[in-house]
Every structure is written in structure tokens, then in C-alpha cells.
Design a protein around this ligand. Sequence first.
Ligand code: 5GP
Ligand code: 5GP
Ligand code: 5GP
Length: 214
Amino acid sequence: CLARDDDFDFFYLVQQWPASYCDTKRSCCYPTTGKPAEDFSIHGLWPNRNDGSWPSNCDDDASFDESEVSDLINRMQKDWPSLACPSSDGVRFWTHEWEKHGTCSLLNERQYFQTALDLKAKSNLLQVLKDAGITPGKFYTVERIKDAIKEGVGYTPFVECNVDQSRNSQLYQVYLCVDSSASDFIECPVFPHGRCGSRIEFPSFSSSTSENES
Ligand code: 5GP
Ligand code: 5GP
Ligand code: 5GP
């Protein structure tokens, strides 16, 4: 049979390190609900194919309906905040992720957000890194960070870096792969492209800056 253009083989659960979103040239704006805790937060749960391509915007009629996730909003504000400017309550970011990626997930809106939140909690990334002696505010090799996540979560992640204002390469996003029914982590069938420096910063939030921090 022919492949549909909205099929996929697995998900990337993408978590961002807020300090690294904020300390670049573009800066950031804290959510209207306040400065997020120093923890990883969800960027999205992205359907992906084994050949590296991915479907997007699979339902032009879909829109984000806050009432479907009303009992998850507290967790979403804490674990899936938006750091883009201007400051927001997150609805625009959640709408974007749901429309672009969630509509291709075969999950309904509630399942999509609940699944991402539960997988984030299960990965427990910050604790996993701390258990390996990796704490914010210092430099580490990418290999050490990946090994710690492999050890603590059980699967090898992809680490994406960006560059801070002093041009240090730093840990920006961590990708973990999830099976196509979104039930558990798996080894990644394919990794995204991109390279980090050999030593990267794991920056602390307290030393980073935000446009609405004064
Ligand atoms: P960027 O160009 O910032 O890396 O990615 C822009 C957007 O494209 C991401 O926020 C995400 O929505 C989508 N995207 C980028 N890389 C991937 C990928 O490897 N898989 C999937 N499914 N989406 C991606
Ligand atoms: P966007 O999803 O924002 O239209 O595209 C994000 C970037 O990822 C584009 O530069 C696009 O060329 C690239 N890209 C590479 N493979 C894919 C794919 O399979 N699907 C989509 N949507 N973008 C892809
Ligand atoms: P993507 O298409 O790359 O999955 O989603 C990124 C889009 O969400 C961009 O339009 C970006 O401006 C917006 N956005 C809002 N808040 C955030 C955030 O906290 N982190 C990231 N990476 N993008 C955000």
C-alpha cells in the first residue's frame, strides 16, 4: 500500500533548557505566570519518520481548545512554559505545537498533552544529570551528558546546542525517542543533525538574562 503523507514511525520528545533559550542574543520573556523553575521544560512531542522526514499540520481544521486540557493547565504552565517574547500564558505555544505536530500524532488533544507531560516526568532529566554529578553552571563534554542520560533514562539522547552571548556552545535541547503509540522511550531510529562543541556549558538560570527581568 502507499505511504500516507501524514504517517510516522516514532516521536521525538524534545525538552529545552530554559536558561539556554534565554541567554542567547534573541533573549526571552518569562511567562505571565512568573519565572519558571530551573528545570527542563517541554518543547514538543514530534511525530517523525525513520528516514528523518516528518509530517506536519495534519488537520487544517484543528485548533487548540483549552477546555479539553483544563485539568492539565497547571502542569502545562509548570512543565511546558513559553519563553518567547512577548510574555504569554503559553496558549500560543501550545496551540502551535498541537496544530503543527499534535495533529499528526494520532492522539487527541488531551492525550497529546498528557502523554508529553507524563513522558517528561518519567525522563526526570535534571535529577538524572544531578545523579551523575552534572549540575548547572559548569562545562561538560557532550559524551558525559549523553552517557548520564543513557544510564539514568535507559536510552541514548540527541543533544542540541546553541550559543550564548559569549559564544560558548551550550546544552539547549535534549531529544528522546518514543514509540509510535507514545507509551515508552525507545532507542532513536535516526538522530537529527547538528553538532555541539566538545565541551559545552550547562548554564545556570540565575545568571541568565531576560527582557522582562530588571
Ligand atoms: P529549527 O529550524 O528551529 O531546528 O526547527 C523548526 C521547527 O521544525 C521545530 O520547532 C519543529 O517544529 C520542527 N522540527 C525541526 N527539526 C525536527 C525534526 O527533526 N523532527 C520533527 N518532527 N520536527 C522538527
Ligand atoms: P517547517 O516545518 O517550519 O516548514 O520547516 C522546518 C525546516 O525543516 C525547513 O527548513 C524544512 O526544509 C526542514 N525539513 C526537513 N525535512 C522536513 C520534513 O520532512 N518536513 C518538514 N515539515 N520540514 C522538513
Ligand atoms: P517549532 O515550530 O520550532 O516547534 O516551535 C517553535 C515556535 O514556538 C516558534 O514560533 C517559537 O517562537 C514558538 N515558541 C514559543 N515559546 C517557545 C519556547 O519557549 N521555546 C521554543 N523553542 N519556541 C517557542
